[in-house]
Ligand binder design. Sequence first.
Ligand SMILES: *Cc1c(COP(=O)(O)O)cnc(C)c1O
Ligand code: SF4
Length: 441
Amino acid sequence: MLTNKKIIHDEIAQYKIQTYTLENFRKIPQIESMNYEKQFEIEIVGNVFPFKTNNYVIEQLIDWNNIPDDPIFILNFPQKNMLSEVHYEKMKFALEHYSDKKKIVTTANEIRMQLNPHPAGQLEFNIPKLRNGTKLLGMQHKYKETCLFFPSQSQTCHAYCTFCFRWPQFVGIDELKFATNESNQLIQYLNEHNEITDILFTGGDPMIMKAKILSAYIDTILDANLPNLKSIRIGSKALSYWPYKFVTDKDSEDMLDLFNRVTNRNINLAFMAHFNHVKELSTPYVKLAIKKIRDTGAQIRTQSPILSKINNNPEMWSKMWNLQVQLGCIPYYMFVVRDTGAQQYFGISLVEAYHTFVNAYKQVSGLARTVRGPSMSTTPGKILIDGIVSINGKQLLALRFLQGRNPDWVQKPFYAEYDEKAMWISDLKPAFSHKFFFETK
Ligand SMILES: *Cc1c(COP(=O)(O)O)cnc(C)c1O
Ligand code: SF4
């Protein structure tokens, strides 16, 4: 008798990834049938922001009867209004008039530099150094207990999210690419920093790596027997964009074996899965992939920014969190979209994000209330919008650090003047004082 699982396996045996970028996106049948003007819009915006999608997203996730409003379409395909009118016209002009590819790239770069490519001081801060003074460009160490590691082979993804704050990495304007080959340097750094309990593999998407490459990093870490290492985390959107990675890709079993090797050493493997919409959890392939990852003893935690036009809807969030819990995943963070790239397109006010969060949170059981948010990843730390309060007749926003550059800041409540339009900490005015407690001037 065929089990469900067997049917899925047969159906998708050796499913091959076909990626689409600016070079070949017109070959996507659903795009080919659009009029030229719509195609050109994608091309114009796709010259500024990174653009990549694949056959799974196109065939399984996007509802092509719901264009242009489909959330997954907006998540992957550049949209006209992601650029201001001035920038849009400038890029359009370049594509229509310049035959020199270099001049087109220069125009794109000029626009990019005006889109705050490095928010939250990512380049100036957080770059760790070894005791001998060597700078570790492929790492970030911002919060005491957790160190971020950017393997050079994971500087891409199975598809690109149009809102991604890592976009400068993908379009190649970063001088510092946050990438390293050196797991030995990582180990030296961890040996010099006993306070670190968590290593977080990030990118891009580390799950773009072949099992062989990732295991070169992870096995080196395991072999080093670091006494304080408790968790290895992998930040990934592969469950959304390419669940076959864990089901039918040639090295899927090797990848799962690697996960097993981690958990067998009594090290927690936390798979930090990025899901923006409940639709991404709807296919049999993602459900099977989740099961296979969990069968290795890894745990899956989920996170997503809240985005206008994609997921600013409390019913969607509560459905998504409930389904995640049902599938054995742990809802973890809801983020506020950063002040970079297309923030004016995707951003929503802090107050609106807070209301969406609370309205969704109200509708789920305690098992899904592990989620925290909405949270801003700012230069001083992760700041939670904790509530709207009234003190002496004055409306205020209650805020709190979930993570701080200085650990003493964590959990300390503080207040800002109520502001319905504010979209980021920099838009908020401190209440009762001329500065926030963590500011030096
Ligand atoms: C979010 C984040 C982490 C992890 O924080 P947790 O609250 O432990 O999940 C680590 N480093 C940086 C730079 C981060 O933004
Ligand atoms: S998968 Fe992650 S890193 Fe890649 S584009 Fe999306 S948000 Fe950015």
